[in-house]
Design a protein around this ligand. Sequence first.
Ligand code: HEM
Length: 345
Amino acid sequence: MLQLGQECFPEDEQQTIEELVKIFEFLMRDYEFSPTPRTQHPKSHGYVEGEFIIEKNMSDQFKVGIFSNSKTYPMWVRFSNGSGFSEDGTFQSDMIGDIRGISIKLLGVEGCKASENSAPNEQDFIAVNTPIFFLKDAKSYLDFFPIVNGIRDGKIIINPDGTPKQIPDKLKASYEAIAYSLPLLNGVRSQVMSSPLEANYWSATPYKFGNTAMKYAVFPHIEGKKFDRETAEDQTNYLREAMTKHLAEKDAYFDFCIQLQTDVKKMPIEDPTELWDEKESPFIKVATLRIFQQEFNSQDRIKMDEKQSFSPWNCLEEYRPLGGVNRARKIYADMADFRNNINNA
Ligand code: HEM
């Protein structure tokens, strides 16, 4: 019988992770972009400075790690698009539906780290604009790559009901393995985002938290009218424009919330395509993100963004990443080193 916060490890997991690393390194070597961007979430809408303010008077069950004391930490935040490039080799337009990310880095965080790869004194929280991830496990990523490439190159044609109209024999097994993920991915991509500062984000994958596990989410404070992309001066990059206009005038705020795992079956650790129902366990606010009013489009800031790296494994042992998808994400540190080595060569 599984316990709260307990993981299950498939036998061939390490081999899957090594194959993923080879694919990502191949992609980065192949880029014609300079500097070489991240393989995932390459397009940034802004790398911005702020502070992370822990709530006062929290219930004891949330007083784990940094949430034990009402302290304020210096913070950097990066907002991004998940997908890569258009056919002309530029970053994909923001007008095309996509997964959008928020990467949060707290500085000056003391404590025991979750892995030897964890950056000292840093705590990262990484989230996307969907409460579930579209892949069940790391192995699905290996099948996913040839299928999305096949769809992009026109070798695979999908019917409106999701069944394949045309598919090469050698890709049939991969398609069947990840057919479940395509409607999930299309669901996120069909959302329209007004501004990165006006969106909800979720960790989608679970993390250790005391005697149980948690997922986290980041919800914006929205005042007044949302940004209207139809009025943008540059629609291709309207998400950066929306942030630029907002932060030229005022600070931006988000609530940082935690959802505890209360049921091992209804809230599984190993399958992030399963939604943890908020009726079962609600998200509770534990901190406020305050992003300062600022100008962030300078060349210096853009260079800092390119060199920076975030990882779910940049974290305290108290919030050890859980589940197969998160275990595979140990590769972020190596991927960032690989990309920075190419860029420094
Ligand atoms: C097996 C699953 C996954 C793999 C293999 C993977 C892989 C990667 C890689 C290689 C990077 C670029 C790292 C770098 O060069 O610095 C990245 C970035 C990112 N990933 Fe994942 N990812 C996975 C799952 C997820 C999940 C579940 C989320 C949901 C929160 C997510 C959100 C992000 C975000 C927001 C970034 C941008 C980080 C930044 O701003 O630097 N990924 N991912």
